[in-house]
Design a protein around this ligand. Structure first.
Ligand code: GLY
Length: 263
């Protein structure tokens, strides 16, 4: 059974602004730095406005300069329908980011909590119908994966583990699900036989890997600009593209989905 509701139509999103310390955000993978913080703030505002224009109800939290990566709220929680698993983020400097997420979600969803030694970043979690794929990465360990399995199994959702190449941060740095039962995957990054054979796989050029992270809202697809070859592939599939400039978010190893918790 495909569950449609988790695609972001008629959804709410929590976002968090760019802190003044954003140029100290962790940047080891996509990020080339240095980060232009003022431009990052402008890009974040455009992102929020785009979500709103596509009828997402957005709640914007204040940034905290003590946490340079705090705008990447996706990593702090995994939401499955009306339940949320508060994660234990894999980077030491990011563990305190969760407090404001807990406060914000506690009256909206039933919360569960991941405990150390379990570590997991929400960027490693990708739901496609009644399967959740989880990346085994430098941020997500076996204890985190087992905690996610316990959480997901209560909703009859199967969890499948995908090893993440050492040159990528998260599972969703490499792939995303733009609409039900469909995956966008950068070529030559993951073994495609790891995914359920029922999915439609849209492969994009490896050099466009950053454009593999998208947000689908109905047939609308938010995607980074500057990737014309991938844009053509996805337009030919019937998506209506909304291209956003993400250069300074990318310089901090951040992608589109990292900036929201959808619920
Ligand atoms: N800068 C995003 C992260 O490393 O988590």
């Amino acid at each position: 059974m495909i569950i449609l509701s988790y695609y972001y139509e008629n959804k709410r999103a929590i976002v968090r602004g760019i802190p003044n310390t954003f140029n100290s955000a962790i940047s080891k993978y996509m990020g080339s730095g240095p980060i232009d913080v003022a431009t990052a703030k402008v890009q974040h505002i455009s992102y929020v406005e785009k979500l709103k224009s596509l009828k997402v109800e957005v709640l914007k939290l204040m940034p905290d300069d003590n946490y340079p990566d705090c705008c990447f709220v996706e990593d702090q929680v995994v939401v499955l329908d009306d339940r949320a698993l508060i994660t234990n983020a894999g980077a030491q400097s990011r563990k305190g980011e969760k407090d404001v997420i807990i406060n914000t979600l506690s009256e909206k969803l039933a919360l569960e909590f991941m405990e150390s030694p379990a570590e997991l970043d929400g960027g490693d979690v990708l739901r496609v119908g009644d399967i959740v794929y989880v990346g085994s990465s430098t941020r997500t360990n076996i204890h985190g994966i087992n905690a996610l399995k316990d959480f997901a199994n209560k909703s009859n959702i199967t969890v499948k583990t995908i090893p993440i190449p050492t040159d990528s941060l998260h599972l969703k740095s490499i792939c995303s699900s733009p609409c039900p039962d469909t995956l966008i995957v950068a070529k030559d990054t993951l073994s495609l036989d790891l995914f359920d054979s029922s999915h439609k796989l849209l492969q994009i050029p490896k050099e466009d890997i950053y454009a593999a992270n998208t947000i689908g809202i109905g047939r609308n697809l938010i995607i980074p600009d500057e990737y014309p070859n991938t844009h053509k592939i996805l337009e030919d599939e019937g998506f209506i593209l909304h291209k956003l400039s993400m250069s300074q978010i990318r310089n901090a190893d951040g992608s589109l989905t990292c900036l929201s918790v959808f619920y």
